[in-house]
Design a protein around this ligand. Structure first.
Ligand SMILES: [Zn+2]
Length: 429
């Protein structure tokens, strides 16, 4: 397997040609419907899909051989924590158990250059997995102030053309005397460039007041809302759903792991309320982003059958909340299929189409006219891609931005072992 750190590209970019104006021809890719096609990209979009050999590349065309690859709409990461990513010290320490989001190892010591470097590296790592857009929660307030957010926004700028990184401002306390500073800082965060308002209402002494404050600021600035909650308190969740109902551009909640620990009837009633309020739930099948006491995945099948929009993200990426977090959308989809029995198509939809919708991004299909946000995985079908997906090619805005190539070699005896059953000469067991 390749080093997890982003490596310098081995495919030369074409600096004289703006990324969006170059033409790229993807050759011989398989689609989920079984067709094998060529796909021409240009202007950041899919220009044409045709039978192999039927499409011209145009004047500045390059081509990528995708024989043996399955071509998919790229996944996105709807729940990252870029400010704390890659900060685990490797001891297996799972701090953050006191809240619903990860605590920085030393909140009073935020080094902006360090946060920017880790945020950039984390986003590139997730881009290598296929996520061409990421939404990252970023703590503001006591400790980080606005420094961590400023660092993540600098990372966002440096990643332009590679991946779309957006920031959710995650304030501390918003109610009572101590809340005034938090409210002022949240407004400053949105003016700085945080495009989503978030936070952890359950960590405030007045959770309802906290949600009111967040919804107020979101409607002031026309921002979406993306709140952390474990959803373990039925009364609180029910109230939150009632407050969120009708708000545009919409409310997202995550990771809601506690919902799965409630009695079935209670969880079902809450699922109906979330559906009625058109709330989106982002679950985190890899373990969440809080401490070990908050592990567990939202009841995905129950929520989906109630009509709740459910997407899946990765949460902690090698930070103190999960020192082994991988940040791989295909792993989230694998877990949804493997542990919760979702069909591979539904599991992948939760990290791609549903996750894109949660982020307010336009739909992607492998058809002419759609955005050229694509992931090619070396596999013969979607189940195979979720089972093992080492080799990947990632396209953002019509440009090849990351490629992972894995080679596995066996000794000669393996070839003989494979050959014997084929020839009908396998030894009886
Ligand atoms: Zn989180």
């Amino acid at each position: 397997m390749p080093d997890s750190r982003p490596q310098p590209p081995r495919f030369p970019p074409s600096p004289s040609v703006p990324a969006d104006s170059a033409t790229l021809l993807l050759c011989g890719a398989r689609l989920t419907d079984g067709r094998t096609v060529d796909v021409r990209l240009g202007g950041g979009r899919i220009e044409a899909v045709g039978t192999p050999g039927s499409l011209a590349t145009g004047a500045v065309g390059a081509r990528v051989d995708l024989r043996g690859y399955l071509l998919l709409p790229a996944p996105v990461e709807p729940h990252a924590h870029c400010d704390t990513a890659l900060s685990a010290d490797g001891t297996g320490d799972t701090r953050g158990s006191g809240g619903d989001g990860p605590e920085p190892p030393h909140p009073e010591e935020v080094h902006p250059e360090e946060v920017q470097r880790r945020a950039t590296e984390a986003a590139l790592l997730q881009l290598g997995h296929g996520a061409t857009a990421l939404r990252s929660h970023v703590r503001i307030g006591d400790g980080p102030g606005l420094d961590a957010l400023a660092a993540v926004l600098r990372a966002r700028r440096s990643l332009r053309g590679l991946a779309e990184l957006t920031a959710v401002a995650m304030p501390g306390r918003l109610t009572g005397g101590a809340g005034a500073d938090g409210l002022a800082m949240l407004r400053d965060a949105v003016k700085m460039g945080a495009t989503v308002v978030g936070g952890c209402p359950d960590a405030d002494p007045d959770p309802t007041g906290y949600v009111e404050a967040v919804l107020q600021i979101a409607s002031e600035f026309g921002c979406p809302v993306d709140l952390h909650t474990d959803a373990r308190d039925p009364v609180r969740l029910s109230r939150l759903a009632a407050m969120a109902g009708g708000l545009r551009p919409g409310v997202t909640l995550g990771p809601c792991g506690g919902l799965g620990r409630l009695p079935a009837g209670t969880a079902a009633r809450l699922a109906d309320r979330l559906a009625a309020a058109q709330v989106t739930v982002v679950c985190l099948p890899q373990g969440g982003c809080g401490g070990v006491g908050r592990r567990g995945t939202a009841p995905v099948r129950l929520l989906r059958s109630a009509g709740v929009r459910v997407a899946a993200g990765s949460g902690a990426l090698r930070d103190p909340a999960n020192p082994v977090g991988r940040g791989d959308p295909l792993e989230a989809a694998y877990l949804l299929a493997s542990r919760y029995g979702l069909p591979a198509e539904d599991a992948y939809d939760m990290v791609s189409a549903a996750a894109r919708a949660a982020l307010g991004l336009p739909e992607v299909r492998v058809e002419a006219g759609f955005p050229a946000e694509l992931l090619a995985v070396r596999a013969d079908g979607l189940a195979g891609a979720l089972s093992l997906a080492y080799s990947r090619v990632v396209i953002h805005r019509g440009r090849l931005v990351a490629r992972t190539s894995a080679v596995r070699e066996y000794c000669d005896s393996a070839a003989v072992a494979l050959e014997l059953p084929r020839q009908g000469r396998a030894e009886p067991s």
